[in-house]
Design a protein around this ligand. Structure first.
Ligand code: ZN
Length: 284
């Protein structure tokens, strides 16, 4: 039988490597991520935000992942940034492998209450479904930015004591801290990841850590973050950029009208990013 997502994540935590989490919006993105992971022989997590899910269809993306699982491919499905308990329940009911209940912008207590509700619901439904909680705001939206978004600063980085309390009281399986990571890609490459803080938080919470918003961070920084206790790394913005660039090339380079030909360029460009990232995360 195939190992569960938690087993893969725990194994990554021990080996000091990380599992790649890539967001997709459509079947081309899905193809790019799955083919890259297959080529390298590593497990992978497909992420779909609430908007990506509504474009793709919740049951539809679940079916795509299921096909890979039945082929014995370790492909897992995560309901990325889910801002309501209701939408979390929908993902759980559709048998997603994991769900992120994101109350990071809410006051601590409110965040805790909604996270507890989702953990309880998920575990009753299926103890294998993982719930990830977040503490510390890192901005939202996988876009290109000229500067660090409002409301994100060293002051909004997660305190290890708060993280410990949050994880203990909510009983989440995975924890996403704010450690200098920011959603989207900031052209200046700032801010840098706070590696000592990652270490402290990992020690304090005792569950695997997830790094969001890793687009734009250097390979070296990400390697250090993994060494410090990150077990899952999220990439979205860099994939989106590569996809758009590839499709543009496909459309502009000829009068080709077959979508599977001009879209293929988008898939190829995404695969270059996914492969490069997976090599860094898995130390290949
Ligand atoms: Zn994220």
């Amino acid at each position: 039988m195939m190992k569960s997502l938690l087993e893969y994540i725990k194994e990554a935590e021990e080996k000091k490597i990380a599992i790649g989490h890539f967001n997709v919006s459509d079947s081309e993105g899905f193809k790019a991520v799955v083919e890259s992971a297959k080529e390298l022989g590593v497990p992978v997590i497909i992420g779909v935000s609430e908007n990506e899910r509504s474009f793709l269809g919740v049951a539809e993306i679940r079916a795509l992942v299921q096909v890979e699982k039945e082929k014995g491919q370790p492909v897992f499905l995560n309901a990325d940034h889910t801002y309501s308990v209701e939408a979390s329940k929908e993902a759980i009911n559709n048998n997603f492998d994991s769900v992120i209940i994101d109350g990071a912008e809410k006051p601590f207590f409110e965040n805790e209450m909604m996270t507890i509700e989702v953990v309880k619901y998920a575990k009753e439904k299926n103890p294998n479904i993982l719930v990830e909680g977040e503490l510390g705001f890192i901005g939202s939206g996988s876009t290109l930015r000229d500067e660090i978004p409002d409301g994100v600063s060293p002051a909004t980085q997660t305190h290890p004591e708060d993280a410990q309390k949050f994880v203990e009281e909510t009983m989440v399986d995975l924890f996403a801290p704010s450690v200098g990571n920011v959603h989207g890609l900031i052209r200046t490459g700032e801010p840098k990841l706070n590696i000592p803080l990652i270490k402290k938080i990992h020690k304090a919470v005792g569950v695997p850590l997830v790094l969001h918003g890793a687009s734009g961070n250097t390979d070296e920084e990400v390697r250090k973050a993994i060494e410090a206790g990150i077990s899952v790394v999220h990439i979205n913005t860099e994939l989106r950029l590569a996809y758009k660039k590839g499709i543009e090339k496909g459309i502009m380079s000829s009068d080709e009208i077959a979508p599977y030909k001009f879209m293929a360029e988008g898939v190829e460009e995404m695969k270059k990013i996914v492969r490069a990232k997976l090599k860094v995360f898995n130390r290949i």
